[in-house]
Design a protein around this ligand. Structure first.
Ligand SMILES: NC(=O)c1ccc[n+]([C@@H]2O[C@H](COP(=O)([O-])OP(=O)(O)OC[C@H]3O[C@@H](n4cnc5c(N)ncnc54)[C@H](O)[C@@H]3O)[C@@H](O)[C@H]2O)c1
Length: 253
């Protein structure tokens, strides 16, 4: 799917970003694995190279506009172009009572998840030629709230707004932008050990209804949205939650 393509993945050192970086590489893409944690990004690059793929590791803090610009500049310097970006990195923050959430926590979560995503969109789009695609990892928290993650919820609602607002200016440049709204996924963000390697996509299993998804379930959707197979899709959000948002829990009176 990605032969001759260059793809950048933020938060590529762990979880869904790692799985996506591995799958982009398996499909022939040259991958820039971007992460705050350089060691984690380098380990993913090592895995990709050992599997015969091509990748580089870049340390960047997406909360910084300069780092967003630099990660794209380093990708262009190494690979000569950028065809797709999976803007996936984010910070969940501590579980906090609504009234105990302080300004420092608010600023940190907002700077990474919302501001970081905005400057990532700008930086990626400026480097892309017509046909390019940006995929943002949002959340079901873009649609519904959790009182213990109020700021995270607000940033994910905001990210969906950014994707919708970006669709027209992206379209004017021949680019597309979409976001994914994952449900509950088995990643380090939720305290699970990280996955090691993807499985063959045709053998991905169906989790229980409203159960836990694997990072690769999201990676496969990210690949589709980043590819020309989804050329008519833009400005939209795609639920990938195993049925969570479709379900009103049964109430027995
Ligand atoms: N895990 C879930 O259940 C879930 C559900 C819905 C949405 N999401 C979203 O999916 C995305 C990926 O989540 P995950 O569970 O794979 O996360 P994770 O915490 O397992 O991995 C995130 C990676 O991003 C990196 N990172 C964190 N802050 C960064 C920064 N400022 N700059 C660069 N890299 C940074 C981390 O070092 C880590 O390698 C996030 O946007 C998250 O909000 C997660």
């Amino acid at each position: 799917m990605f032969a001759d393509k260059v793809v950048l993945v933020t938060g590529g050192g762990a979880g869904m970003g790692k799985s996506a970086a591995q799958r982009f590489a398996e499909e022939g893409g040259r991958v820039a694995v971007v992460d705050l944690n350089l060691q984690a990004a380098e380990a993913v690059v090592e895995w990709i190279r050992a599997a015969g793929g091509t990748a580089i590791a870049i340390r960047a803090d997406i909360a910084s506009q300069a780092d967003n610009d630099r990660m794209v500049a380093e990708t262009l310097a190494q690979f000569g172009k950028l065809d797709a970006a999976f803007l996936n990195a984010a910070y969940l923050g501590p579980v906090l009572d609504f009234f105990e959430t302080d300004a420092e926590t608010f600023d940190k979560i907002t700077n990474i998840n919302l501001r970081g995503c905005f400057f990532g969109m700008q930086a990626a789009a400026r480097a892309m030629k017509p046909g390019g695609s940006v995929v943002v990892n949002a959340s079901t928290a873009a649609i519904a709230a959790n009182q213990y993650n109020a700021v995270y919820t607000a940033t994910k609602h905001g990210v969906l707004g950014l994707v919708r607002a970006a669709a027209e200016p992206f379209g004017a440049r021949g680019l597309r932008i979409n976001c994914i709204c994952p449900g509950y996924i088995r990643t380090p963000m939720n305290g699970f050990p990280d996955s090691v390697a993807p499985v063959a996509p045709q053998s991905l299993e169906t989790p229980a209804f409203c159960g836990i998804g694997e990072p690769q379930h999201i990676a496969e959707l990210a690949l589709f949205l980043a590819s020309t197979r989804s050329s008519f899709l833009t400005g939209a959000a795609y639920l990938a939650d195993g049925g969570l948002m479709a379900n009103i829990p049964s109430i027995r009176i």
